[in-house]
Ligand binder design. Sequence first.
Ligand SMILES: [Zn+2]
Length: 352
Amino acid sequence: MIDSADLPWLIPTREKLLGSAHRHHGLLVSGPPAIGKYLLGLDLATLMLCKQSREGGPCGSCQSCHLVSNSAHPDLHLLMPEVLAEDCHPALLGHAQRYLDPGQPGQRRKRSNVISVDSARLLSDSLLETSCLGGRKIALVLAADTLNRNAANAMLKVLEEPAGETLFILVTSFPYRMPATIQSRCIRIDCPAPILDDALAWLRGRHEADNEDLSTLLVSGLGPITIDELLSNRGMAAISTLIAYCMGKNQKTPDSLTLARMCGEVGIDRALRILQNLTLQAVRECVREGVTPAARGLFRDRGFSIRAFQRLGSARESVGSAVDEQLALEDICAWVCEEHARVSNFTNGGSK
Ligand SMILES: [Zn+2]
């Protein structure tokens, strides 16, 4: 398991958290996706439950630490949306099981991308009971922005008046999506984005990979933890193909069906995030260089890149709730390719 203490970009936040966790009963940990915030949350929970915690971390050998490492600590309550269970760290999944809906045997259904009110009520009820080991109770809520309004209300009461020694650790990449009532009861701790060199050095310490490839992935908006998982599971090929296609490395005019197929292979949400970050990169490059970036590639026009950034953002919001995700994906890919063609024709025509 990755230890959050080994992630150099999290060290200042980790120290701040370890120092303040004793003084508050609600912490809201935020920061960019896939930088290790969930693991940091679990480490903090482990520390707060440890019976012999030392300066800088849990002891790793007491009853509490053993129970946490076996995903069996009765006073560690972990809530997350079902969709996160698909690719979260096994250590986190083990703790989350008690609040995840097992579904009917043989039933296939779409995993929910919100934390349901039923799970939040179950958590609140458990937190009102006395702690099993006589110490603290920890509620660790991952992707806390996915608590829907009712779920947030169900949790609010116990967050306002926690029974016994209860600590809430809410972790999210999108704190502004959370109800003000929840935010106002927590101390917010922001994890800064990793510095590129730190993330590169960490990844290179774990994988044999080309520096340039890793840099491209990092500036495409994939967090180091995601890249690490992809490299470990050899899931990188589809992403590299998509990025190369968008950057015009195959010299072909982008067409929407190919783009949609490549996005589908990467996973719709992840693919849209990559595309959106490529637009952002293009805009930054324009500002920095003062000229239109690389003459090839999908996003080479500043105005188009800004419009595409906004459209892709809206698409990311709506795809999750779309009845037909594939149709929504094809729609945004068609828009991107048509606009790209229009802008290219205009630019070419204008230079004649
Ligand atoms: Zn311990």
